[in-house]
Structures are given as structure tokens and as C-alpha cells.
Design a protein around this ligand. Structure first.
Ligand code: HEM
Length: 346
């Protein structure tokens, strides 16, 4: 019989990676209160790309399936292009420099840098006017502000993501839901990912030094922090559309399956010394951005933001050190990361 993984326990809250390691070493999956947690790389990858599983149904892009998902995703992709992301790179750098210049010598990285950066960058990328930015990206961001934004861009289209989205053949409900997802998840994920990255570098100061000395490590650093300390731990749950057999285990139709990407990313069968942050070794591609049809739409943007910000900070703050305890959100939250990260900039 397979093991039980207690996602509500204090052990998981205080050190989720240690609990996942133990469970992963014991078996490729474990029962949890949220469904069957799949823990090893190959099996997580298989779950993410299986046609026999779907995400939980809801109106957001991530909750759609089949041709409905294909249609909305295609429209979103026509606006959210790789070219638009690449053209945004230099603006990301300016925004980071602007924020760095304003900071004193002791800061809470989350409140003073990660949150304003993530929110500011997303609003600029999407095309949200500054005065609406805070309201549009707050977790309670209502339909009203999204409606106002769409009306604004219908009246006055410019060369931004919103104007391009209103031009796509989406229903009003699909459009509102998509913009709402982009605004809320696009800011929170990056905020938590940047903070998780800085917390990881505090544990591995030599890696921070290396990044500060050599900006060509930016791409590898972005991938490695996203592997090592992802801002989503449990992955997006999947539901079995029919009875499925995974590694000889039958999961009946309707079973809930958690592709635990944070665990897959530290599978020692795939990653050498997986519990070490090392930006100098080539690694297999991690699974933090998911896989299959739901692969993160914003992965390119998140990568550009991390690639531009992290080397800048490593150059600006070579003597960065911890200045108090790091507080983390709950590892079962959809987005995971530090909620307070006091640092002294040296
Ligand atoms: C480091 C930051 C980020 C992480 C770790 C992350 C992670 C993820 C994950 C795990 C999924 C689900 C993949 C799956 O279930 O297979 C996802 C989907 C999605 N992400 Fe991200 N994400 C990040 C940043 C962003 C940004 C910046 C945006 C937009 C501005 C964004 C927009 C989306 C959308 C719209 C989906 C749904 C895609 C679909 O269902 O087709 N994400 N993301």
C-alpha cells in the first residue's frame, strides 16, 4: 500500500521540500487529502501531458479543455507573442533599476521590490494605466475594473496586449476571464518567484557572487531558481476523465491527481545534487511551468523578468545578507513564496 502525505501538517509547512523528498524516495506517488500526489519526474511529466486527464473545470483558461481551450488559448497566444515579450525586455530592466535606486540599506525585499516590480511590470506589459494598476492586480480585482480596461482599449486602442486581446474573436465573458487571470496570476507568481529566488541565493551566497560577476549566467540562473524554489509547489490538479493506469496503479475516472512539479524538479534520477542551487551546471528542463496544453502562457515573460532582474540585483547588492526571519505563505496555496524577506543590502 502506498504512503500518506500530510499536506496540512507542520512538517510540510515548515520544510515542504524535505517532506516531498522523503515521500518521493519511498514511492512515485502518495495519497493526500487533495488527491493522489505524483512525485517523480517521469510520472509528473506523463500526468501533465496525458489526454486522459483534464484540469478542474472553470471559466478561466486553465479550467477549459478540448476545442474550447484550444480556441481561447490560440486567441490569447496571438496577442501574447514571443516578439511582444522580447520587446518588453529593456523596459523590465529600466523598471528594476528605478526601484533599486530608491531603496535604502535595509529592506523587506517582498514589499519594497518584488511586489512593486511584479505589479509595475505586468501593468506595463498588459497596458494597464498606472492609476488603475493596483486595483487591477489586487486579488479582489473585480470584474468592474477589468470591464473598464476593456472599454478603454476599445475606445482608444494602442499597441499593447489589451488592445490586441480585444481584437480577438473571444466572447465578452472569455475576454474578461482571461484578462482577470493574466492580471492576478501574472503579478503574484512573479512576485513570489523573485522573492523565492532571493531567499535561495541567501542560502547559496557563492552563486550570488558568480551571477554578479558574470551576467552571461542570467539565463541559467533564472532556470535554476525556478527549478529549485518554484512559486507553485503542487502543480495544477488534474482529474481523470476515464479510468487510467499509471505505473500499474489504476486511478478510477474522477480521481484527483496532483502533478507535484516541485518534487519532480528535485528528482535525483534526473537532477544531480538536486537540493543544491547551482547556476553553473547544465540541467534537464524543469517542470515548474507545467506541461501539455496548459503549459504556462506567461513563461516567456516570467523568464525575461527573472533574467533581467536577478543579475542587476546581484551586481547592485554583492554583500546582500539576511536581516531577520523569512516568512513563507502556505505551501498548499496556489502560489507559494516568501511573504516577508528582510535583507540588508551590504
Ligand atoms: C514564475 C512565474 C510563473 C509560474 C511559476 C507559473 C506557473 C504556471 C503553471 C504551473 C501553470 C499551469 C500549467 C499546467 O497545469 O500544465 C500556468 C498556467 C498559466 N499561466 Fe503561469 N506561471 C508564472 C507566470 C505567469 C505569468 C507572468 C503569466 C501572465 C502574465 C501567466 C499566465 C498563465 C496562464 C494564462 C496560464 C493558463 C494556461 C492554460 O491553461 O492554457 N503565468 N502557469
Amino acid at each position: 500500500m502506498t504512503g500518506l502525505l500530510d499536506l496540512g501538517g507542520e512538517d510540510f509547512r515548515s520544510d515542504p521540500h524535505a517532506v516531498l523528498r522523503k515521500a518521493r524516495e519511498a514511492d512515485w506517488w502518495a495519497e493526500t487529502s487533495l488527491g493522489a500526489a505524483v512525485l517523480r519526474f517521469d510520472e509528473v511529466q506523463a500526468v501533465l501531458s496525458s489526454w486522459s486527464l483534464r484540469t478542474e473545470a472553470n471559466a478561466a483558461l486553465s479550467g477549459l479543455d478540448g476545442t474550447e481551450h484550444q480556441r481561447v488559448r490560440r486567441s490569447a497566444g496571438r496577442a501574447f507573442t514571443a516578439r511582444r515579450v522580447e520587446e518588453f525586455r529593456s523596459e523590465t530592466g529600466f523598471l528594476a533599476d528605478e526601484l533599486v535606486d530608491r531603496l535604502g540599506s535595509s529592506v523587506d525585499f517582498v514589499a519594497d521590490f518584488a511586489r512593486p516590480f511584479a505589479v509595475g511590470a505586468l501593468c506595463r506589459f498588459v497596458g494597464v494605466p498606472e492609476e488603475l494598476c493596483e486595483a487591477a492586480t489586487s486579488e479582489e480585482s473585480g470584474d468592474e475594473v477589468v470591464g473598464d480596461l476593456l472599454d478603454l482599449r476599445r475606445r482608444t486602442p494602442v499597441n499593447d496586449l489589451l488592445s490586441s486581446l480585444v481584437d480577438q474573436s473571444l466572447t465578452e465573458a472569455e475576454l474578461r476571464s482571461l484578462v482577470n487571470t493574466l492580471l492576478v496570476s501574472g503579478a503574484r507568481t512573479v512576485q513570489h518567484q523573485l522573492s523565492a529566488a532571493v531567499a535561495a541565493f541567501l542560502e547559496f551566497p557563492r552563486q550570488w557572487e558568480l551571477l554578479g560577476e558574470d551576467s552571461s549566467l542570467a539565463g541559467a540562473a533564472a532556470e535554476e531558481v525556478v527549478r529549485f524554489s518554484p512559486s507553485m509547489l503542487l502543480g495544477t490538479p488534474r482529474i481523470a476523465k476515464e479510468d487510467i493506469v499509471l505505473n500499474g496503479v489504476t486511478l478510477p475516472a474522477g480521481s484527483r491527481v496532483l502533478p507535484v512539479t516541485a518534487s519532480a524538479n528535485r528528482d535525483a534520477a534526473v537532477f544531480a545534487a538536486p537540493d543544491r542551487l547551482d547556476i553553473t551546471v547544465p540541467r534537464t528542463a524543469h517542470l515548474t511551468f507545467g506541461g501539455g496544453i496548459h503549459y504556462c502562457l506567461g513563461a516567456g515573460l516570467a523568464r525575461v523578468e527573472l533574467q533581467e532582474v536577478l543579475p542587476r540585483l546581484a551586481r547592485a547588492w554583492p554583500g546582500m545578507r539576511a536581516n531577520g526571519d523569512v516568512e513563507w505563505s502556505s505551501p498548499t496555496d496556489a502560489v507559494y513564496g516568501p511573504t516577508a524577506l528582510p535583507i540588508s543590502l551590504g
